[in-house]
Design a binder for this molecule. Structure first.
Ligand SMILES: Nc1ncnc2c1ncn2[C@@H]1O[C@H](COP(=O)(O)OP(=O)(O)OP(=O)(O)O)[C@@H](O)[C@H]1O
Length: 251
């Protein structure tokens, strides 16, 4: 179980995160959504240890991570993180990149593990392609592979769908679901688009101005009369109606 507690985290004189309590069970995906600037990426940075504030607590299976010892390293070792902006070394081929990631494995196992992951991530055809030549979607997959290449205890994905087309989104959703399920780890999935995470996530949290204004299961979301939830539900139903109209025109 991943538990996050942020009492207050002041980012600028006019923006702070406050009263954020989140719990995510192993094998579950918690979608964190909200408008641009609502504080989602700031939460991600705290979660993976890239930002420090003594006023927050993050624990995995009841072990606190935000303590003195863990603060000596730039990022929590237990966290797998795919940031919004990717920083992948460009000159390796996909296979060589994966070899570096899995170099801690005995040589005899390495090739089988890399081949398995490239297949699972639909990257087999790009095995000999240089990272610099990959498409945005393929880079996202490689970044996810990097994030899970170490034995991590939780996963944080910041806007993983932002550069993907509809087909790629479906494929990437399936990859995320399989990884979270196989590893049985909690996952925080940040997105600004509700439609991207509706099917994939088990629960949802909505951020507004640094506060979590709603959280719960999709059933709770469906039944909620919270004004932000009502606004989002209306937006998604309007979108659905518009899409139906457009798709009917294609028939
Ligand atoms: N290092 C920083 N210096 C100054 N302001 C910052 C810094 N980091 C974040 N902020 C501000 O904090 C607020 C929250 O930013 P954050 O990136 O967490 O939002 P977000 O919800 O992830 O937005 P988006 O969906 O656009 O990525 C914004 O107003 C942002 O400008």
């Amino acid at each position: 179980m991943l538990k996050i507690g942020i009492k207050k985290h002041q980012v600028t004189s006019h923006f702070a995160l406050s009263n954020i309590q989140i719990k995510v069970k192993s094998g579950e995906i918690y979608a964190l959504i909200g408008k641009s600037g609502s504080g989602k990426s700031t939460i991600a940075s705290l979660l993976v240890g890239l930002k420090y504030d003594p006023e927050y607590s993050i624990s995995i299976d009841s072990k606190e991570l935000n303590d003195g010892l863990d603060r000596l390293i730039p990022k929590f070792k237990k966290a797998g993180y795919v940031p919004q902006t990717l920083h992948l070394k460009p000159h390796h081929t996909v296979y060589n990149y994966a070899q570096v990631l899995f170099q801690y494995l005995p040589n005899a196992q390495q090739d089988a593990v890399i081949t398995k992951y490239l297949k699972q991530f639909y990257l087999s055809k790009q095995r000999d392609t240089k990272v610099a030549d990959l498409s945005g979607g393929e880079r996202q997959k490689l970044a996810l592979l990097e994030a899970i290449s170490q034995p991590i205890s939780y996963l944080v994905l910041d806007e993983p769908f932002s550069q993907l087309d509809t087909e790629q989104k479906l494929e990437f959703s399936q990859i995320i679901a399989s990884v979270v399920n196989e590893r049985a780890i909690p996952c925080i999935l940040i997105s600004h688009d509700l439609t991207d995470i509706l099917q994939l996530s088990h629960s949802v949290g909505i951020m507004e101005n640094g506060k979590l204004v709603f959280q719960g299961s999709w059933t709770k979301f469906k039944e909620s009369s919270n004004s932000v939830v009502l606004r989002l539900k209306k937006a998604i139903l309007d979108w659905d109606n518009q899409m139906k109209g457009l798709i009917n025109n294609l028939r």
